[in-house]
Design a binder for this molecule. Sequence first.
Ligand code: 8YV
Length: 310
Amino acid sequence: MTSDAQHPVRVVQLGGLMPFVREWLAERYAAPERADLADPAGVEVAVVGGGAAVGPAEMDALPGLRAIVNFGVGYDNVDVAEARRRGIVVSNTPDVLTDAVADLAVLLVGDVLRGVSAADRFVRSGAWARGEKPPLTRDVRGSVVGVLGLGRIGTAAAQRLEAFGAEIHYHSRSPKDVAWTYHPTPVELAAASDVLVVLTPGGAGTEKLVDAAVLDALGPDGYLVNVARGSVVDEDALVAALEEGRLAGAGLDVFAHEPHVPQALLGRDDVVLLPHVGSATTQTREAMARLVLDNVDAFLERGELVTPVR
Ligand code: 8YV
């Protein structure tokens, strides 16, 4: 399908989308990428992914824009307040990635406590063949796991970790109707936890919520796992805590300046470093893409989004 005078371009791609999603959008809506958009006037819907920023400049450039459809549950890349001011609605992709991201959170807890990635490096380095012994690690069972942010993904991760025999504590803005132990501040949660798992949204409200004080409360035997947003952790404070032996280790799927990973972390055996793959399974990414198309369809057909950001 190509656009012409009868079928003006109504949907544009603003970057950060995987090739198969770009193909789906091109086939279904003849949606070009921003750089290939000849006439922005008719564009009503912008689809964006991968944390690509959508702020006032991007909105100015699309004067007819009425909806921003974000590929991802986190929408800290979109200036939602500015969009709202302009009467532009925003959608995200909740629920369909809850299991995949919760799985990865649990896998990272397992990896940092049991040293799975480090043990793999130990074998590959020839250390085992030379007769060396890997260090003993730590049981998940009996560990206190503090979930920072008990939303959909935090709850799913807590349920999984309970099955591993972990004791669940949590902090969120208010206590929830759950049997787990609530702490009123991140510092108090960290002080009670062996592993702190960050599962808050990103954005200004959680910027550097995990700071030096939280890391010190977690302490030299504590581990940090972050599968949320790099912005939630003070990365310099994290590096300093690891370098000074004030933290036992970390499992990180997200970073403050992706794809940049602090040089100081790359050589450390006590950290597991992943390239933001929480939702990166074929099934989950396809489900996210289908939800993106459902949102675009619903908006083009009846001016409504299926999963609007409130
Ligand atoms: C994706 C994510 O990496 O959903 C989110 O908030 O961080 C991930 O699922 C990303 O948004 C894909 O574009």
